[in-house]
Write a protein of this length. Sequence first.
Length: 125
Amino acid sequence: MSSKMSASEILERIRTGTEAATVSRVFGEPIERDGVTVVPVATIKAGGGAGGGSGAPVNSDNPQGEGVGGGFGFEARPAGVFLIRDGDVCWRPAVDVNKIVVGGQLALVAGFLVIRSIVRRRRRR
């Protein structure tokens, strides 16, 4: 079962995907409590791609060909919040604990490798 899409259908799908990456996705609805306004902020990443195709060379075993392809990806992560109090604005970043843990693990592995190389050099003397 072959389903072919025209170029206009592909462009329409891409347009629909890119419309999802708007400013309203980056800045959330402001929340106000006790004189403090909180504006949540996210980082947005989006990307897409498409393919094509045509027939195989005439001198090949199967001189017929066809092709099509495409895709779109979208990612949103919290970046932090703007706090607005008495006309003053301050930025509070979101803390990604996973990045902190991975960074600590990498530093630990690097430390062990350095210690190992020092111990090996001392043994050779």
